[in-house]
Ligand binder design. Structure first.
Ligand code: AMP
Ligand code: ZN
Length: 433
């Protein structure tokens, strides 16, 4: 994997040259193989040769989730089916899943990105990597697995769930590195404590990769404290072949998006107009190092911004901020826009708050109602009723102050909300459409 490591430090100019040549090759590929792209180009009166520079990319229309669904399963396939060696699907909750295909080179390039990302954070040969991302159709498990093996780590393919066994494996094999969803990390800590372990002291953990769902900086800090580890943000999506799209370096200030594999744009989520570096909007990605199913100008739905400054690590690949959520995650409560990630940030900043919360939406007499159900730490929960009331008032005031919403608050004892081993379901929406 070393032959490619200087790709992280080449000049901006060389990077853009590489992007352009990869983009052109990708466009030729999708135009000649994929029925969906052939059609799209024709409709727009475009041919790949019209894209002469990176600035021309916006001539091509966006590809959306709807396009993937409507052209399921093979409409975006850009190599012969018998050259496809792997299929994954995304974790959609409604309708048909989105299918993504991999050629042998795609498997290698995805693994390379994970290996590169892990190396960047200091993981190395000799580390024991327990992979708690789900194996199977979800890209998280297998792609991380291949990447860690490529870097030479000892990989324990534990998958998500079976928490007691996870703890046993961590203990017996002295696991040092884990890839996990933030909600499962908190759950894991709960179970460790229930079983009489001390998450800080009884294990050899040093690095956690947290990803696959939005979470706040406060949650990262909480998880780092619970386990005494360095926790790095890991971002990816099935449509771009899974994890390893963007990853934090040791400075933990934004995630380097691997621009030799993806071209990124930030657009206004409602108009699709381009936004400048530093402005928050929807991330649009073009895969330029994929064979089986490259996607051009994909509307990820994820809200972020590009850091205008160069990182202290001096990598050329620009950084994106922590994902605020998906554009369609935004809740509108009586006219006020609220992102669940902001509720989380506020809750997790309060010393009384435990490890889990849930937002319940309901509608009474045409008015939307929001309720925040939140676990409180044992010490506070077992205190006097008077004290609990004060905690409730404090949470309410904070939410009102910062978000201008006044939800009903329900305080719960630790571990009382349903716990998940994969992506958490934080929003319960009982409103009728
Ligand atoms: P999937 O295709 O099922 O892997 O889901 C990908 C989606 O998960 C992304 O589009 C994001 O919305 C979300 N996601 C993945 N990683 C992160 C992360 N580190 N922070 C926030 N959201 C994430
Ligand atoms: Zn950096």
């Amino acid at each position: 994997m070393n032959q490619n490591s200087n790709i992280e430090f080449i000049s901006r100019e060389s990077l853009e040259k590489l992007q352009l040549s990869r983009l052109k090759e990708t466009l030729r590929r999708v135009y000649s193989f994929s029925p969906f792209y052939k059609n799209l180009f024709k409709k727009e009166g475009l041919t790949p040769s019209k894209i002469k520079s990176l600035k021309d990319l916006p001539l091509i229309p966006f590809t959306t989730r709807k396009d993937l669904r409507e052209n399921f399963p093979y409409g975006l396939l850009s190599i012969p089916l018998n050259d496809v060696v792997r299929l994954h699907t995304s974790t959609g909750t409604t309708g048909k899943p989105k299918a993504v295909f991999f050629s042998r080179n795609d498997i290698n390039s995805s693994a390379e990105l994970i290996a590169r990302s892990m190396k960047m954070t200091g993981a190395e040969k000799g580390d024991v990597f327990q992979n708690m991302m789900g194996y199977g159709l979800f890209t998280g498990g297998l792609i991380s697995h291949y990447g860690a093996e490529r870097l030479g780590l000892l990989v324990i393919p534990a998958g998500a769930g079976n928490t007691e066994r996870q703890i046993e494996l961590m203990f017996d094999f002295k696991t040092t590195v884990v890839h996990i969803t933030p909600s499962y990390a908190l759950y894991l800590a709960d179970v460790m404590e229930e079983k009489g372990f001390n998450p800080k002291k009884d294990f050899n953990l040093r690095i956690l990769y947290l990803g696959a769902e939005p979470y706040s900086e406060k949650t990262r800090e909480k998880i780092e404290r619970i386990f005494t580890v360095d926790a790095y943000n890991s971002y990816g999506l099935s449509e771009m072949n899974g994890p390893g799209v963007a990853f934090e370096c040791k400075y933990k200030e934004g995630m380097h998006l691997w621009e030799d594999n993806f071209i990124m744009e930030i657009v206004d989520p409602s108009t699709g107009e381009p936004l400048k570096e530093g402005e928050e909007g929807e991330l649009v990605l073009t895969s330029i190092n994929k064979e089986a199913m490259p996607i051009i100008r994909y509307r990820t739905g994820d809200l972020t911004y590009i850091y205008p400054e160069k990182c202290n690590c001096s990598r050329v690949h620009r950084r994106i901020s922590r994902i605020k959520g998906r554009a369609d995650d935004m809740l509108i409560i009586r006219g006020v826009n609220v992102f669940p990630s902001e509720v989380e940030r506020i809750l997790m900043d309060l010393p009384e708050v435990g490890r889990n919360y849930q937002i319940v939406l309901d509608r009474k007499k045409d008015l939307d109602k929001m309720k925040v159900r939140v676990e409180i730490k044992r010490d506070f929960f077992d205190g006097s009723l008077d004290h609990l009331k004060k905690v409730e008032i404090k949470i309410k005031a904070k939410l009102k102050d910062e978000l201008m919403v006044t939800p009903e608050i329900e305080l719960l004892e630790p571990s009382s909300l349903p716990r998940t081993t994969g992506k958490a379901k934080r929003i319960i929406d009982k409103r009728e459409i």
